[in-house]
Structure formats: structure tokens, C-alpha cells
Design a protein around this ligand. Structure first.
Ligand SMILES: NC(=O)c1ccc[n+]([C@@H]2O[C@H](COP(=O)([O-])OP(=O)(O)OC[C@H]3O[C@@H](n4cnc5c(N)ncnc54)[C@H](OP(=O)(O)O)[C@@H]3O)[C@@H](O)[C@H]2O)c1
Length: 346
């Protein structure tokens, strides 16, 4: 692996530590390398609203005079605008860093090439597109948000070997459970990584899920519920105090405590209306956890990016059929105990 790729790989590893904590910002890692002293500084964007990766990396350098002979590696184009923090490109220029190596450009219209232009204009050598695809993929949520004006959408469900997502109600939770404890833990990890989680009315009524993170440590996502006629009682777990809940409804209803209501027109395409609202709220990623009707609403409109499907070791013989996706490419496949997990992209 050449030197550029090697240090860019390190930036990616650092950047990923911000997963679940930096959204709606991108995950960014930065490494500073001196030709004789090797790595003299490193950092990553740790928390939304706080210092960017470049700032943390530059601050970690003890002998700042070495910066003038050094190369700064970063997986995303340095910002050029005043957001919650001052522009990173200005800081790089101020420290007279010799060379900047960038993974991929920032498509956020506030940056989009302007960061690089500033560096060039200051006489800094700039290299771009190093491990470009890996850098783009790491920030798939951020890029989808800016380029498609909607959150990155992950569909997730569990199905039986004979293709059912659920028995026909009524049933006990235990009877209807498809996957094992390890898979359940993994789902909780995924929840900490996304900004929002959505379910349909029937799932909220029948399963009464809390949609929070309980099996591991981490942040609860914002819960999103489709409930046209406000059938789901406020006593249900989806409204618990542990997290915020957004309800999309046909009714006019005042917000209460952690629950906000958004009136949408159910005679029109509701998925687009929901995604537009989530975009306005700067939600960059959404995990859709069922049921079939809701998942199919996203599938039928081709409004999804990734599907994570567990197939457990049970047969229900009858019940609610699981969704079927045909236009996807499987990117990974693994066994979790007796559960099979397929991850695919559209
Ligand atoms: N195995 C799993 O991974 C998993 C996960 C979640 C749920 N489940 C199971 O799935 C079952 C529920 O699935 P389901 O398909 O019956 O229901 P669902 O998708 O949970 O909810 C469907 C209802 O939500 C509303 N809705 C959803 N999308 C809509 C859209 N695009 N436009 C308008 N309204 C929309 C409608 O409510 P209204 O008709 O009131 O308007 C619709 O009837 C439960 O038995 C649950 O146990 C399984």
C-alpha cells in the first residue's frame, strides 16, 4: 500500500470513531505526517458541534514549527465556511502546512470545492481522491442527505425460514420472536448509529416496541411513527420518556412533552412528505423497522439505500409475509448463531 493510501486508511479508522455522535456532520479523521518525524499529530471529529478533525489533529502536534514541512491527511475536504466552528481550511493556511491530501470532496453546497480552492490559492500542494470510494462510503449518510435531500434509509426486518415477518395476531411476544439474543444486540448497536427509527401503526399497536437502546450503551434514536388516525395510545412504549417521538398523522394535535405531531396529507405520497420533514430536521439517517406494509411503502417507491435482513431458524407456516426486494445487490452475508444476516444495497 502506498503512503497516501496508508495514511488515508488511518484517517478512515479515526473518522469511524465518530459514528453515532457527529451527525448531521460527517465522520472525519485527520493525520499529520512529517518527512523525518513520521506521524506528529492525529485527531477526529468526536461530537457534533465540537472541534473538527483537522483542529484536533493540529492541536495534538507538540512542536508546531514542524507543520510547515508536514503533510495533512484528511478523508473529507476541509470546510471553508463558518458553521459551529471556524473554517478548517483557514487553520491549515494559518499554520502554513505544506501539503494536504484529501480522500473525497465535500458535496455540502457550503463547501463543495471551496475548501480546496482556498488551500490552492494559499500556495498549498493539494492531492485529492485518495481512497475516494472508501471515503465516500464511510460518509454515505452525509452524502445521501446533501445529494438526495433525504436521510440515508436502512430497511431492517427479521423473517422466518418460510418467509413470514410475523404470525397472524394475536400472539405473545415470545411466540412471535424470530431471532436470537446476539442478533437483537446487533440491532441495538445499529440503533445507536442512526439518527431516527421508524415503524408503522400496526407494529406500534401490536408489538408495543420501545425502539430504544437497552442491550448496549449508546444514544437512542429519534422515534418516528406513522399514525394517520392517532390510534396508538400515549401509554405505549413508543412514547416513553427515554427518547423523542415524531408522529406523522392526518389529525391536528398539539405537541406533548417529548412527542411532536406533524400533519401530512394521507391522500398524497406520505413517504416523500415524511422524508422531507426529516430532512428539514437535519436527520441524515433513518432505520425502518417494520412492519411489512411500512417497509413495502419504502420499497415500492425505491426510497431505500440498504436492507439488513435476518432469517431466523423458525417456520410460522402462516401469518404476515415478509417484504421481498428484487433490485438489490448483496454486500455481505453472515451467520449469527443460527440466524442468517444478509445486507444488501439498492
Ligand atoms: N419481524 C420483524 O422484523 C418485524 C418488525 C416489525 C413488525 N413486525 C410485525 O409486523 C406486523 C405488522 O405489520 P403490518 O404490515 O401489518 O403493519 P405496519 O407496517 O406496522 O403498519 C401498517 C399501518 O401503518 C400505516 N402505514 C404504514 N405505511 C403507510 C403508508 N405508506 N401510507 C399510509 N399508511 C401507512 C397504516 O395504518 P392505518 O391503516 O391505520 O392508516 C398501515 O395500516 C406485526 O405483527 C409485527 O409483529 C415484524
Amino acid at each position: 500500500m502506498n503512503e497516501f493510501n496508508q495514511y488515508m486508511q488511518r484517517c478512515l479508522q479515526l473518522a469511524e470513531k465518530g459514528l453515532g455522535n457527529v451527525a448531521p456532520n460527517p465522520m472525519v479523521g485527520c493525520v499529520i505526517v512529517h518527512p523525518e518525524h513520521g506521524v506528529i499529530g492525529a485527531g477526529y471529529h468526536q461530537t457534533y458541534g465540537q472541534a473538527h478533525a483537522e483542529v484536533n489533529a493540529i492541536n495534538s502536534v507538540i512542536n508546531k514549527s514542524l507543520l510547515q514541512e508536514s503533510t495533512l491527511y484528511v478523508n473529507l475536504e476541509p470546510c471553508s465556511h463558518y458553521g459551529k466552528t471556524p473554517p478548517c481550511s483557514d487553520l491549515i493556511i494559518q499554520h502554513k502546512i505544506k501539503r494536504v491530501v484529501i480522500g473525497c470532496l465535500d458535496t455540502n453546497p457550503l463547501v463543495a470545492g471551496k475548501g480546496i480552492e482556498k488551500l490552492w490559492n494559499a500556495g498549498i500542494e493539494v492531492f485529492t481522491d485518495i481512497l475516494k470510494d472508501e471515503c465516500h462510503n464511510l460518509n454515505k449518510r452525509f452524502f445521501t442527505f446533501h445529494e438526495k435531500k433525504r436521510p440515508y434509509i436502512i430497511l431492517k426486518w427479521a423473517q422466518t425460514k418460510d418467509g413470514f415477518i410475523s404470525k397472524q395476531p394475536p400472539f405473545t411476544k415470545k411466540e412471535n420472536w424470530i431471532t436470537n439474543d446476539e442478533s437483537k444486540k446487533l440491532v441495538h448497536t445499529w440503533r445507536t448509529q442512526e439518527q431516527a427509527i421508524l415503524v408503522g401503526t400496526n407494529t406500534a399497536l401490536i408489538d408495543n416496541p420501545a425502539l430504544t437502546v437497552r442491550l448496549i450503551k449508546g444514544k437512542n434514536p429519534i422515534r418516528v411513527l406513522i399514525d394517520k388516525d392517532l390510534k396508538v395510545p400515549l401509554t405505549n412504549n413508543i412514547f416513553s420518556k427515554d427518547a423523542e417521538t415524531i408522529v406523522f398523522t392526518n389529525k391536528s394535535q398539539l405537541d406533548v412533552n417529548n412527542v411532536s405531531y406533524h400533519h401530512i396529507d394521507f391522500t398524497k405520497d406520505i413517504i416523500t412528505q415524511i422524508l422531507n420533514t426529516l430532512h428539514d430536521k437535519k436527520i441524515t439517517s433513518l432505520i425502518v423497522e417494520g412492519g411489512t406494509h411500512t417497509l413495502e411503502s419504502f420499497i415500492n417507491k425505491n426510497l431505500w439505500d440498504e436492507a439488513r435482513v435476518f432469517t431466523g431458524n423458525k417456520h410460522f407456516q402462516s401469518g404476515i409475509k415478509a417484504p421481498v426486494i428484487t433490485t438489490s445487490k448483496i454486500t455481505s452475508q453472515m451467520m449469527i448463531g443460527e440466524d442468517e444476516l444478509h445486507v444488501s444495497i439498492r
